[in-house]
Design a protein around this ligand. Structure first.
Ligand SMILES: Nc1ncnc2c1ncn2[C@@H]1O[C@H](COP(=O)(O)OP(=O)(O)O)[C@@H](O)[C@H]1O
Ligand SMILES: [Mg+2]
Length: 250
């Protein structure tokens, strides 16, 4: 029997009459890397927002590890073991990488960074923070302010932040967006490393990334699932080819 860690059934999100996500049935098998692809505006980020409680679905249900998590607050969902990264970089330029990680570890939800923690109370998180930075290849840069980092390094720190709660399920929204080829390949290696013992769902427009990482691919178009299958199946699918050509000619 297939072991699904995450299941969405009939998931729908309306924004004042516009349906951004429409009757989506998505099942993610435990221990796999699952890609979500589709043209801009297809509803990928909205789907992530629904799965993590940042948006409440208009209808439908979400089950995680056998529990119904529909309508739970983001911090509760994070606690159950779902972490995410954001499409847009969200770091503070004048804080070091280490400080970002220590604050994330000190925050009970792993979400909000709380500034009133004393330096002393953060010390206990020092070791774990360094470990997490090491996992993403950034231990050597731990005490540098992130404002000095190259783009790829910032995204690596964000990955470390997403790992702070040791999530079972990690959702990555466009982890390689805006990266040059070297950073893209480094990020692929990094995701392979952090995928061990976890389940990952990621959004990416780069088919090299999708082909390198995904055990399964779901294609969204206009809020609905167009096709799902292996990378090989999906990339040869006529409907997918048409959807992407449609975008290229738009
Ligand atoms: N908060 C919102 N209010 C109204 N419309 C939204 C909101 N968030 C997203 N949308 C719309 O929903 C559609 C899907 O957006 P999004 O999920 O960001 O797509 P993707 O991540 O696939 O590019 C887009 O047409 C977008 O404009
Ligand atoms: Mg998006």
């Amino acid at each position: 029997m297939t072991d699904h860690l995450l299941t969405a059934s009939g998931l729908t999100k309306d924004f004042r009459g516009f349906t951004a996500v429409k009757q989506v049935d998505l099942s993610v098998e435990r221990g796999t890397v699952h890609a979500l692809v589709g043209p801009n505006g297809a509803g990928k980020t909205t789907l992530f927002n629904l799965l993590t409680g940042f948006l409440t679905p208009t209808s439908g249900t979400i089950t995680f590890d056998g529990k119904d998590i529909t309508g739970l607050q983001p911090e509760n969902i994070a606690h159950l073991g779902i972490a995410r990264s954001f499409q847009i970089t969200s770091l503070f330029d004048n804080m070091t990488a280490l400080e970002h990680l220590e604050l994330a570890l000190a925050s009970p939800t792993g979400l909000g960074l709380k500034f009133w923690r004393s330096e002393r109370s953060l010390e206990q998180f020092h070791g774990r923070a360094l470990e997490l930075l090491d996992q993403v290849g950034m231990a050597d840069h731990a005490t540098r302010e992130v404002g000095q980092f190259a783009y790829g390094q910032k995204r690596a720190v964000e990955l470390a932040l997403a790992l702070a709660l040791d999530p079972q399920l990690l959702l990555l929204d466009e982890p390689t967006a805006g990266m040059g080829i070297d950073d893209v390949d480094r990020t692929i290696e990094l995701i392979i490393r952090i995928a061990a013992g976890r389940t990952i769902v990621f959004v990416d427009h780069n088919m090299h990334v999708v082909g390198s990482l995904a055990n399964r691919v779901t294609v969204l178009q206009q809020g609905q699932i167009l096709v799902e299958g292996s990378y090989e199946e999906v990339r040869q699918d006529e409907k997918v080819i048409t959807a992407y050509l449609g975008q290229a000619h738009a």
